[in-house]
Design a protein around this ligand. Structure first.
Ligand code: MTE
Length: 321
């Protein structure tokens, strides 16, 4: 397939637009009802915060993931995004808030598993024990932020699905409905839907986090509502947003950006390494959003200790590409 490359990750930073967070209250209430069907009452069911119109969602902090950087202000996180379904510039929040309907939201979990299931996002949330984790996020464009996410470890979803022994990878997919994201129709040269993948060893590690909230509230649309992944030791493009499908597969899936860059940029592993530059820029340092500071980038984005021997035994692969 011949893919026209319109833009790359290297995008100019432009001024942030005023925050316009909007979530449809009726949809939130429907979501809460879905959770009740799932048998549990969500801590935020029915609660709405007057200032931002996003319902509260708090969970006990997992102290194992305390970090030494200041949190990125919430409004900056909402206004400075990569979410190509709404456009290839950073200021997609208005479009995402207007167009994306995060509830009701069906999620399919299947492929090579004992327990295939299709369920509503709030039923899934009700099955999980939520926690808060402070994670550093390092974008391939050399900016970073620190976010108080609320969610559950991806490995809990893997346990629920019970993969068969032939399943070697987890493939994840974002919604591809052009009616919910104008950038899909207006950028037909991109290989929609957005797809990402992990090895089973990665998917069952404790670090991958399924995010359903941030800053003590449910996830804002520009952040990837209603459910996204965060992989703090990998470049941010691996952290797929607004997921509708989890599929356990035998073969390594080809991701959205792998398809676009066709071997010229980072590929499947994309583990952060300050000594492996992007073809067009260095990864040695990063710009901290909100503070203007430029700091040295760390191997595995500072998560080398947590990663431990996750990649032991993998030979013949460039883990930093
Ligand atoms: N997921 C989807 N579906 N679409 C995207 O464009 N962008 C990725 C990742 N997940 C992207 C996505 C990139 S490049 C980054 S850096 C992060 O989301 C950005 O997350 P943030 O906007 O919450 O900072």
């Amino acid at each position: 397939m011949l893919i026209k490359i319109k833009k790359s990750w290297e995008l100019p930073e432009s001024a942030a637009t005023p925050e316009a967070v909007y979530l449809n209250r009726r949809q939130l209430m429907k979501g809460a009802a879905g959770a009740a069907i799932g048998g549990a009452i969500l801590p935020w069911a029915g609660a709405a915060s007057a200032d931002t119109e996003r319902a509260a969602l708090t969970a006990p902090r997992n102290e194992a993931y305390e970090i030494d950087r200041a949190l990125t202000p919430e409004d900056l996180n909402i206004k400075y995004n990569n979410f190509y379904e709404f456009g290839s510039q950073k200021q997609i929040s208005d479009a995402a808030n207007r167009e994306l309907k995060p509830r009701p939201w069906q999620i399919e979990i299947g492929g090579m598993v004992e327990n295939p299931i299709t369920l509503d996002v709030d039923e899934l949330i009700a099955k999980m024990t939520l926690e808060e984790r402070l994670y550093r996020h390092r974008c391939v464009e050399a900016w970073s932020m620190t976010v108080p996410w609320v969610g559950f470890p991806l490995r809990k979803l893997v346990d629920m699905a019970a993969p068969l022994s032939g399943a070697k990878f987890l493939r994840m997919e974002t919604f591809g409905d052009p009616k919910m994201a104008s950038g899909i129709g207006s950028q037909p040269w991109y290989p929609w839907p957005y797809v990402e993948g992990l090895s089973m060893a990665e998917a069952t590690h404790d670090l991958p986090f399924m995010v359903v909230g941030a800053y003590g509230k449910i996830l804002a649309n520009p952040m990837g509502a209603p459910i996204r992944l965060h992989l703090p030791w990998k470049y941010g493009f691996k952290s797929i947003k607004s997921i509708v499908k989890f599929e356990f597969v035998a073969d390594r899936p080809k991701s959205y950006w792998e398809t676009i860059s066709d071997g010229r940029e980072y590929g499947f592993w994309a583990n952060v390494n300050p000594d492996v530059p992007h073809p067009r820029w260095s990864q040695a340092t990063e710009r901290v959003l909100g503070t203007g500071e430029v700091v040295r980038t760390q191997l595995f984005n500072g998560y080398a200790e947590e990663i431990g021997d996750l990649y032991a035994g993998i030979t013949g692969e460039n883990l930093y590409r």
